[in-house]
Design a protein around this ligand. Structure first.
Ligand code: FEO
Ligand code: CA
Ligand code: CA
Ligand code: CA
Length: 504
């Protein structure tokens, strides 16, 4: 790739400073169009869900950059907007049913018109919603908590794309919906944040997985071999012999980084899961047959996979500062991991970790590591989250300072959340430039480029999330006026973007 990239001729970009306006602000030379916002119909039956996060564009043929399918995650809900639940009375089943529809994912066919504008192909037969009510099997030879299928997917945060064009969507903070198992009593550890368990007694073990979705058919399955935790993302690398390596992080304070290495080409079923030990520079096996400590603590390998957080500590997994998105640098081959923050430990600004696999082999069991970029006032960003490389190998990443903390305390100098660019080449190579700034309370999520790099799909998630009521809104984006805020996916294009996509 490096050989096919030309230096960008005098393309000096003037980055944004911190902003605190209720708008998606972009640098000069870029513009955005809202493609879909919460509630917009995609077909006669279905509408676009709440709180869009990860997005992937899958061409319907080859490297088509003007028509394809979008997969978009819908991570969680703000009940006040979705169901009207405000906490002043008991949640009803009708409210829970409404909430269950709004999470999961959207598959929608999109097309670029002759005017250069993207539009949804309304009612296309491929358009569909996957929700917390969509049944899907476990991709595993044994049942999970007594069942061979789960009802629905939820907490879908970030994700990845497989070499065969399916989507990996990751169930992150699953315990907010049906709670978590108390392994000592067999009951739940307590009522969950959303309290769906009051009406639906689905086992917590059915959530917290990486889910594979075929965007052409909607077929979905839960990938048990990748373990169960608050998965942020799943980033796939295909080895020369067709076996797969999948990196995934558990986004919570002092949780771990994992990689799955398949034992057969193309398999997300057969293989071994490892956890990173940074101190030793080693990937430690989570195979019960290979680890005495796991045999002592767990009766079966399913139990190891279900109780992955406990298992990883028993084999020496390093406690990290909330591993979020993972991307593989297409030029250096390094594995970048956003460590967003660890506020109880005094890490407010986060960093991006660089993992260098031994001899550049992704199935290596040894690695070295270093800090690639540190957040803070000097670099102008805090709390890195989603990342993407564009086709010319420039790194783009977003920040996620939580809505309640924006412009406060250690975050005072950063303004609203943003989208940042680290150019690969040219006069600003290696600098951190802010390209976009989010509306009030929002984070920007899921940056994803069309194959030609001319369109950047970006989601604006949870604008106005800290609103105290429908009459005290902190954001009206994107519709303005007195409208309720709505998460939305936008397409970004313009000459400033094209300047970074010079390829021979
Ligand atoms: Fe849903 Fe870790 O972000
Ligand atoms: Ca995230
Ligand atoms: Ca990413
Ligand atoms: Ca985050």
């Amino acid at each position: 790739l490096a050989n096919t990239t030309r230096p960008t001729a005098a393309a000096t970009i003037q980055g944004l400073g911190p902003t605190s306006t209720d708008e998606l602000t972009l640098i000069e030379g870029l513009q955005y169009e809202v493609l879909l916002k919460w509630g917009d119909p995609i077909s006669e039956q279905d509408h676009y869900g709440f709180n869009n996060d990860y997005v992937a564009f899958v061409p319907l043929s080859g490297q088509d950059s003007e028509e394809g399918l979008l997969w978009i995650n819908h991570e969680y809900i703000s009940p006040m907007f979705v169901s009207g639940y405000t906490g002043t009375s008991e949640r009803t089943k009708e409210q829970v049913d409404k909430e269950m529809y709004e999470v999961g994912g959207t598959i929608v066919r999109v097309r670029k018109g002759s005017d250069g504008k993207w539009a949804v192909v309304y009612n296309d037969p491929l358009n569909r919603r996957i929700t917390a009510k969509t049944p899907m099997p476990f991709h595993y030879p044994k049942p999970i908590a007594g069942a061979d299928r789960a009802i629905g997917t939820l907490a879908n945060c970030a994700g990845g794309v497989t070499p065969w064009g399916t989507i990996l969507t990751c169930e992150e903070n699953y315990d907010s919906f049906y709670g978590e198992r108390d392994w000592k009593t067999g009951g739940l550890t307590g009522p969950s944040h959303y309290g769906w368990e009051k009406f639906y007694d689905y086992p917590p073990e059915h959530y917290g997985w990486v889910v594979e979705v075929d965007p052409r058919t909607g077929d979905s399955k839960k990938l048990v071999a990748l373990g169960r935790c608050a998965h942020e993302c799943a980033t796939v690398k295909e080895l020369p012999d067709g076996r797969l390596v999948v990196y995934t992080g558990d986004d919570a304070n002092d949780e771990c980084l994992y990689k799955f290495i398949s034992s057969k080409p193309g398999s997300l079923l057969e293989g071994t899961l490892y956890v990173a030990n940074l101190e030793k520079g080693r990937w430690e096996s989570l195979d019960r047959r290979k680890q005495k400590a796991l045999r002592k603590a767990f009766k079966t390998q399913e139990e190891v996979l279900i109780r992955l957080r406990e298992a990883s500590k028993l084999v020496g997994g390093s406690l990290l500062d909330r591993p979020e998105d993972i991307e593989i640098d297409p030029v250096t081959g390094h594995v970048l991991v956003a460590l967003t923050n660890n506020t109880p430990k005094g890490n407010y600004h986060g960093s991006i970790l660089k993992i260098v696999e031994e001899n550049g082999q992704y199935d290596a069991l040894r690695f070295s590591h270093d800090t690639f970029l540190a957040g803070g006032p000097e670099t102008g960003f805090a709390c890195p989250d989603n990342m993407a490389f564009d086709p010319a190998g420039n790194l783009w990443f977003t920040s996620d300072i939580s809505g309640r903390s924006i412009n406060k305390g250690p975050y005072t100098s950063f303004g609203n959340n943003g989208l940042f660019l680290v150019p690969r080449q040219g006069p600003q190579a290696g600098q951190v430039l802010q390209i976009a700034s989010a509306p009030m309370d929002a984070e920007l999520t899921g940056p994803y480029f069309s194959p030609d790099g001319r369109t950047l799909f970006l989601c604006v998630q949870h604008p106005g999330e800290t609103s105290r009521s429908l009459t005290e809104l902190t954001s009206h984006w994107p519709e303005g006026g007195s409208a309720v805020p709505k998460s939305a996916i936008v397409t970004i294009s313009g000459p400033a973007l094209e300047r970074f996509q010079h390829r021979v």
